[in-house]
Design a protein around this ligand. Structure first.
Ligand code: HEM
Length: 445
């Protein structure tokens, strides 16, 4: 294959602008695990070798800060777990992480199940209408509702529509910053937009009211908000203030719902494309659940479903790149990286290294029969990142995906509408474009 042509002045900007995903894959093939991407006057360091990724995310993580990439969420989220650095981040993580433990989340399986079941009437209507539907927004609705219930339980029910609409407006505004060639300017512009200000005011209104009411009545609830309110930092004895609570609650919404919805959308797409995998997955669900309600013990009894999820996240990790800025000069896999440089890590690329993942483009859940293959080095597979800033939702996301897929597959059959070739379109996350258009049919009861 011809090496990619780098233009004078522009470097690889034209190719990267047209097809960022494949430009990074090609770059790793041509230059290896630490590659340089010239974009006009800037050089990005694309790190995808397992050793390089481990160095940046884990071994020398202190040298790699989130820096300018965090201009995007800040107008909405303020100081938060995703963007904070140093001691501020450490404290937030210590306070928030226990709420996301395996044990606590397994105790919320009933809530997730009940939320998904509430969508049945809507999906029955879709099935009756016999019109093709884009699965992506349908998955977004479900994951947003799930995270709303996990966070606030019933409090939010009467507010749900208002909350979701405000969230949608705010997310669209943030996406505009993400796409902008001048994120800082766009961030200022977005902050001044009346629609964004209104949406933010609604979110503040709803979330602060829930927090105030909880503080007044202090009802014990099995939800994330209660856990966050009661959390006490073991090192400083401090708790989260109202503003900190509000910021972390919205951060969890933002970080958790779109990522999971996109992974679910890719799952339906890949299952529809691979009838044999789809058949085995459905057989497992039928054998384990039959017609009864899903319970927390069932999650462990659906190993094939988990293999499917792992393989989907290998091919289409929702967070396909993460960026860091170097504090000091560093050497990664023998390559010197100057201070203040932008480093980009891409699980999408690492997950396609042919020496780690033979026939990398093939969708084959068998790769994960015994979990991540033992012979692979650490950071050969990292859809949830790793090291200290590993995703807080790494247990919740597959758990939720398992429940959503099992319940919907038991009740509906989803088939792809021909004539809509699906391609990954990278925004901040990896979206299937133009969408995943499917027919929804209800199984005979
Ligand atoms: C399939 C779904 C998901 C994927 C692929 C995913 C992936 C990731 C990745 C790669 C990061 C690291 C980003 C970076 O360091 O630049 C991250 C961070 C994070 N994720 Fe997720 N995520 C998913 C679902 C969730 C869910 C459901 C939650 C809700 C709890 C969540 C909450 C977070 C938070 C709070 C962080 C920041 C952690 C920190 O910096 O301390 N994610 N996620």
């Amino acid at each position: 294959m011809e090496p990619m042509r780098s233009y004078p002045v522009l470097g690889l900007l034209p190719q990267f602008g047209r097809d960022p995903v494949n430009t990074l894959v090609r770059l790793a093939q041509e230059q290896g695990g630490v590659a340089v991407l010239p974009l006009g006057r800037r050089r990005l360091y694309i790190i995808t070798s397992p050793t390089g990724v481990q160095h940046v995310l884990k071994d020398n993580a202190a040298n790699y800060v989130k820096g300018r990439t965090m201009d995007v969420p800040r107008p909405l989220l303020g100081e938060n777990l995703v963007s904070a650095e140093g001691e501020t981040w450490h404290r937030l993580r210590r306070l928030v992480q226990p709420a996301f433990s395996r044990r606590r989340l397994l105790n919320m399986v009933d809530t997730i199940t009940a939320t998904v079941e509430e969508f049945y009437p809507r999906w029955d209507a879709l099935a009756e209408a016999r019109r093709p539907v884009d699965i992506v927004p349908l998955m977004m609705e479900i994951t947003l509702a799930v995270i709303a219930r996990l966070m606030f339980t019933v409090d939010v029910l009467e507010e749900e529509e208002r909350l979701l609409a405000a969230f949608d407006t705010a997310l669209h505004a943030l996406n505009r910053i993400a796409w902008s060639p001048w994120p800082r300017l766009s961030s200022l512009y977005i902050r001044a937009l009346p629609s964004f200000r209104r949406a933010k005011a609604t979110l503040d209104d709803v979330v602060y009211r829930i927090i105030r009411e909880r503080r007044r009545h202090a009802p014990e609830r099995n939800d994330l908000l209660s856990m966050l309110m009661n959390a006490e930092d073991p090192e400083t004895g401090t708790r989260l203030s109202d503003e900190e609570l509000r910021n972390q609650a919205l951060t969890v919404f933002l970080a958790g719902h779109e990522t999971t919805a996109l992974a679910l959308s890719w799952t339906w797409y890949l299952l529809a494309k691979h009838p044999e995998v789809d058949r085995r997955f459905r057989e497992e669900v039928q054998a384990v659940l039959g017609h009864r309600t899903l319970q927390k013990e069932d999650v462990e009894r659906l190993p094939y479903t988990r293999m499917v999820i792992d393989e989907v996240l290998r091919l289409y990790p929702s967070v396909w790149v993460t960026a860091r800025d170097t504090a000091d000069e560093d050497v990664v896999d023998g390559v010197t990286i100057p201070p203040g440089a932008r480093v980009v890590i891409s699980p999408y690329v690492t997950h396609r290294y042919p020496d780690l993942w033979p026939a990398p483009e093939a969708f084959d859940p068998e790769r994960f029969r015994d979990g991540v293959p033992k012979h692979l080095p650490p950071f050969a597979y990292y859809p949830f990142s790793g090291g200290p800033r590993k995703c807080l939702g790494y247990f919740l996301a597959p758990l939720e995906m398992t429940i959503v897929m099992a319940l919907l597959a038991r009740r509906y059959r989803l088939t792809l509408v021909p004539g809509y070739p699906v391609r990954p379109r990278p925004v901040l996350t990896l979206r299937p474009a133009p969408g995943v258009y499917m027919w929804v049919e209800r199984h005979a009861a």
